[in-house]
Ligand binder design. Structure first.
Ligand code: 5RP
Length: 220
């Protein structure tokens, strides 16, 4: 089975997680795009959604799914998003699409985070995928030097500006054996606005589609 078909399986399974009379947080990326398309058939069941990117917001609007600004909602009941890597503790690397800052805000605010992935995203240890870091443009060189001191190799995402008008550094080779400690250390570097390392806020559930079938996993 092709990767896109596995993404579709995971996306369809996430329909079971639509909250009744609640706010649904929507992530970003190709798996989430499939979820949004599937959601269109259930628009009548949806109270309201909030989106983690301009692209997802526009897609929700396109399918006439009610979508609000995050400032208009008091809480998020369920947040559904993909990942670039996820480990057995459900910690993740995200941000391949560059939406990591808003994704982390919504994921952290959400009562429940459901991660939808195909089998290629499941890893024993995070770190083969470069870590996306959103940086204030005026601090880009300083932050890059600080990342090198931590053992990383930062690469500016060429021609990319985030929804928040910032740049993204894709950082290779960062030591990721202690994900929570690294996430906290990165958060302490002035100029870093957010990272794609989701260790302090792991997923609560994973819908994992592999060629063997669909697995529902809950964090214990
Ligand atoms: C976007 C993300 C995505 O969730 C991640 O990149 C996975 O994307 P896809 O579903 O296209 O494989 O973090 O910022």
């Amino acid at each position: 089975m092709k990767q896109d078909e596995l993404k579709q399986k995971a996306a369809l399974a996430a329909l079971d997680y639509i909250p009744e009379d609640g706010v649904l947080g929507i992530g970003s990326g190709s798996t989430v795009n499939l979820f949004i398309a599937a959601l269109a058939t259930k628009a009548h069941l949806i109270d309201s959604t909030v989106a983690s990117s301009v692209a997802s917001f526009n897609l929700l609007k396109h399918y006439k799914i009610p979508v609000l600004d995050f400032n208009q909602v008091a809480s998020i009941d369920v947040y559904i998003d993909g990942a670039d890597e996820i480990n057995p503790l459900f910690q993740m690397i995200k941000g391949g699409g560059g939406c990591l800052l808003r994704e982390k805000i919504l994921a952290t605010a959400a009562k429940k985070f459901v991660c939808i992935v195909d089998g290629s995203k499941m890893v024993t240890a995070l770190g083969a995928f470069p870590l996306a870091i959103e940086v204030l443009p005026m601090a880009q060189s300083y932050v890059a030097r600080e990342l090198v001191k931590l053992g990383g190799l930062p690469v500016l995402r060429d021609g990319f500006i985030s929804d928040n008008h910032n740049v993204i550094l894709d950082v290779h080779h960062l030591p990721l054996h202690e994900p929570i400690a690294l996430e906290e250390k990165l958060a302490g570097i002035p100029g870093i606005l957010g990272t794609g390392l989701f260790a302090k806020r792991p997923a609560d559930s994973v819908l994992l589609a592999t060629t063997e079938g669909l697995q529902f996993k809950e964090r214990t």
